[in-house]
Design a binder for this molecule. Structure first.
Ligand SMILES: NC(=O)c1ccc[n+]([C@@H]2O[C@H](COP(=O)([O-])OP(=O)(O)OC[C@H]3O[C@@H](n4cnc5c(N)ncnc54)[C@H](OP(=O)(O)O)[C@@H]3O)[C@@H](O)[C@H]2O)c1
Length: 263
């Protein structure tokens, strides 16, 4: 139940899934602390959510690949402190291509945004959630959390970490009133693929960010541990979990080649 004091902190809220998640939480009456590094669209999301749903919003611009920016964001959360009931670690991007040729600096940034910043934010807000015996953490991973993806090696490795970390933390927090949910979408129609340099035969393929956000927020509120939106994605996860580990990367490579993805 939303109160005037409760906030949702959402990273990567300026576009795609994060933006849609912001509207979902605002529609349920939660105040929003939104962050990403592109100021104008971020401010626009904050203003639109405030106007449509009459919730309080704060927009904080931070490049989460930079440790000092993450520290600045955490200081802003506590000055003055706000009651964060929801933490959504969503900000992220992919790097597509042959590992021999991809840019290492970009890949290290990818890990900083999706792992280092996620860990720091989780450590920062968890103590108050534990003390209040109330909190929900939503980590945005991917179906690739279950399946190594050739030509997206760093990205899929990162998402596997996110899944394992989230499930471990969830178990540690059992009975505390704090839950961890992992969202593992397949293809979603956002800027993601274009930004990652990942080709796709059908640009219109995939779920809408709004549909993914709706189910993700509903299941996070219920404290569900894993959310895989879409029947085909659930089949993919079911099958890859049962195949011998050694064959999964080849299967993913084949599926992606039929979709015109990669190389
Ligand atoms: N789209 C898919 O097919 C798909 C599938 C599975 C999982 N996912 C995951 O879903 C999450 C959201 O992606 P999306 O599809 O919504 O893509 P998106 O539209 O590109 O949104 C990514 C968000 O992350 C933010 N971000 C990226 N780098 C950042 C940085 N250095 N510092 C701060 N914010 C940063 C972006 O901010 P700016 O706009 O300000 O740059 C943007 O708000 C990601 O974790 C992605 O891995 C996506």
């Amino acid at each position: 139940m939303a109160t005037k004091q409760t906030w949702a902190l959402i990273t990567g809220a300026s576009s795609g899934i994060g933006k849609a998640v912001a509207f979902e939480f605002a529609g349920k009456g939660y105040n929003l602390f939104l962050t990403s590094w592109d100021e104008q669209p971020l401010q626009q999301v904050a203003a639109d959510c405030h106007q449509q749903f009459n919730v309080e919003t704060q927009a904080y611009v931070a490049d989460l690949s930079r440790p000092e920016s993450v520290d600045g964001l955490i200081r802003a959360l506590f000055a003055p402190p706000i009651e964060i009931e929801f933490l959504v670690n969503n900000a992220g991007f992919g790097v597509g291509g042959e590992f021999l040729k991809t840019d290492l600096a970009q890949e290290l940034n990818l890990l900083n945004v999706q792992l280092a910043a996620m860990l720091k934010l989780t450590k920062a807000v968890l103590p108050q959630m534990r003390a209040r015996k109330k909190g929900r953490i939503l980590n945005v991973a991917s179906v690739y959390s279950f399946a190594p993806a050739p030509f997206q090696a760093v990205y899929s490795g990162c998402k596997a970490f996110l899944l394992t970390f989230s499930e471990s933390l969830r178990e540690e927090l059992k009975g505390t009133g704090v839950t961890v949910t992992v969202l593992c979408p397949g293809t979603v129609r956002t800027e993601f693929r274009a930004r990652a340099g990942i080709a796709h035969r059908n640009d219109a393929a995939g779920a809408s960010p709004e549909a993914v956000a709706k189910i993700a927020v509903r299941q996070t509120l219920r404290g569900k541990h894993l959310v895989v939106p879409g029947f085909a994605n659930r089949v993919f996860v079911f099958v890859t979990r049962r195949l011998p580990v050694s064959v999964v990367p080849g299967v993913v490579r084949f599926i992606n080649s039929t979709r015109g993805v990669n190389k």
